[in-house]
Design a protein around this ligand. Structure first.
Ligand code: FAD
Length: 433
């Protein structure tokens, strides 16, 4: 890398998601004299906070147990809460559902949660941007980090070179591969042997009425299956585009909802049923495994994710375009660009078995979910288990280089990502005394 006109910052943060934000606010609060810049490759700020923005304030939701215990997460959650000032959603009839769940070896977790919705998340991001500006933190959008020279403390971006005193890399799940390349460049070892694979379920609220008592009920079933990210009201299933290490495109579905009270409710609810898969020798890359499953689904869906009505699934028939919205199948899928088909031809038997058993349990706890009209979308893939060899408890991986957030395996959600950013910032401050 050349030396001409290189700008110098005390701290360079890669990624303006919650992990990057958590770090930037902690650093600017405690060390206002630092010259800080946040880069984001996209033209808008704040990563995954733009989607749905349901924030969980109870351990262990979002906190990988490899890096957090209850007390530590609790301490950081308090800080996140102090800053974001959430208004926690009320819950009712919890004991009834919990008793039913217990009888089926299932746990219903009681989580403090707030839901801003995709539109409310955008408003929050605007406020955060204003606050960054007030604190003199530079936000450089549409600028991507491409590589680094750790020895000279220089990064190369899509626009220039920057010198850093300390570097925090928080590129989120979609930056999974970029992070691996960066770790390779720094000579830091990592494993990624865990992945969540599953489906997204969509049904009418009347078939999953628990959401009127508990916005995002977190059920943990046997065999490492859980419900995740429930959305209702004005709720939509979406598809995200990823690329495999060899550049092949594949989709993962996801879900989000807009904030309540605008009279635009579609009466639907969606949530993921995920199974955690831990891989061992000889196949130890969760990413490669997930990519292959994603591409298999692309092959079967003609380049789209698959969807199947429960009514077809239970009798072993594929769903078809002609009959997808007939008779009992009485609501249209919120994700239109999806292929009616047979998810059991694309899913590993072990994953499908675990999820179907959990769905039967769930239907006993909250009767209705197995209504024939319920749609099962596949695949929903969560890749966030890069486990780098950290040098300390502050996510330091190399001289003056720190990681945080979902891409680095230190979190699995907005609040935990924010907390991991604060924790990395504390590490930076300790080294920079
Ligand atoms: C559709 C959807 C809905 C979700 N809903 C919820 C929810 O309701 N509640 C919840 O807790 N979690 C939710 N999540 C997960 C949540 O968004 C993540 O857990 C969280 O955003 C992780 O924060 P992060 O800072 O690690 O990464 P991100 O939020 O992904 O931010 C990383 C940022 O880094 C940028 N970046 C990546 N690589 C580079 C590079 N090389 N150079 C510069 N910039 C780069 C990206 O553009 C991105 O803006 C959802 C995710 C999705 C996709």
């Amino acid at each position: 890398m050349g030396t001409a006109s290189r700008e110098q910052y005390d701290v360079v943060i890669i990624g303006s998601g919650p992990a990057g934000m958590g770090a930037a606010f902690e650093l600017s609060e405690r060390r206002p004299e630092l010259r800080i810049i946040i880069l984001d490759r996209l033209q808008y700020s704040s990563g995954g906070m733009r989607n749905d923005c349901k924030m969980n304030f109870t351990f262990p939701i979002g906190f990988p147990l490899d890096y957090w215990d209850r007390d530590q997460a609790g301490e950081y959650l308090e800080k996140v809460s102090e800053f974001l000032k959430p208004s926690i959603l009320p819950k009712s009839r919890l004991a009834i559902y919990q008793q039913r769940a217990q009888r089926l070896d299932t746990e219903l977790l009681e989580i403090e949660q707030t839901h801003l919705g995709t539109d409310g998340g955008l408003r929050l991001i605007k406020e955060l941007q204003k606050e960054l500006e007030r604190r003199d933190v530079t936000l450089a959008l549409k600028e991507e980090m491409l590589g680094l020279d750790g020895g000279s403390h220089v990064i190369e971006t899509s626009k220039r070179e920057l010198s850093y005193g300390q570097l925090l890399i928080a590129p989120g799940r979609q930056g999974f591969r970029f992070l691996q390349q960066t770790l390779d460049a720094l000579g830091v070892s990592y494993i990624d042997n865990i992945v969540d694979i599953g489906i997204r379920i969509e049904t009418r609220i009347e078939h999953y009425p628990i959401v009127t008592d508990y916005y995002d009920p977190k059920f943990h079933f046997p065999d490492k299956v859980r419900t995740f990210c429930t959305n209702s009201g004005n709720a939509h299933v979406v598809k995200e585009l990823y690329h495999s290490s060899s550049g092949q495109p594949y989709h993962s579905v996801n879900g989000h909802a807009y904030s309540a009270g605008h009279g635009k409710e579609n009466g639907l609810v969606n949530f993921a049923m995920l199974k955690t898969v831990g891989l061992t020798e000889p196949l130890a890359s969760g990413q490669q495994f997930a990519e292959n499953l994603g591409m298999q689904a692309m092959l079967m869906g003609g380049g789209k994710p698959l969807m199947q009505r429960v009514g077809d699934f239970r009798v072993g028939s594929r769903s078809k375009l002609e009959t997808f919205n007939n008779d009992l199948y009485d609501f249209a899928p919120s994700l239109r660009d999806c292929c009616p088909g047979d998810i059991s031809l694309a899913m590993p038997a072990r994953v499908l078995r675990g999820i179907w058993k959990a769905m039967k349990r769930l239907d006993t706890i909250v009767p209705g979910i197995l209504h024939p009209s319920t749609i099962m979308y596949y695949p929903e893939i969560k890749l966030y288990a890069n486990k780098p060899a950290y040098l300390d408890g502050y996510f330091n991986v190399a001289e003056d280089v720190f990681l945080a957030g979902d891409g680095a395996g230190t979190s699995r959600g907005i609040t935990a990502a924010w907390a991991s950013g604060i924790r990395a910032a504390e590490g930076m401050i300790r080294k920079n005394r």
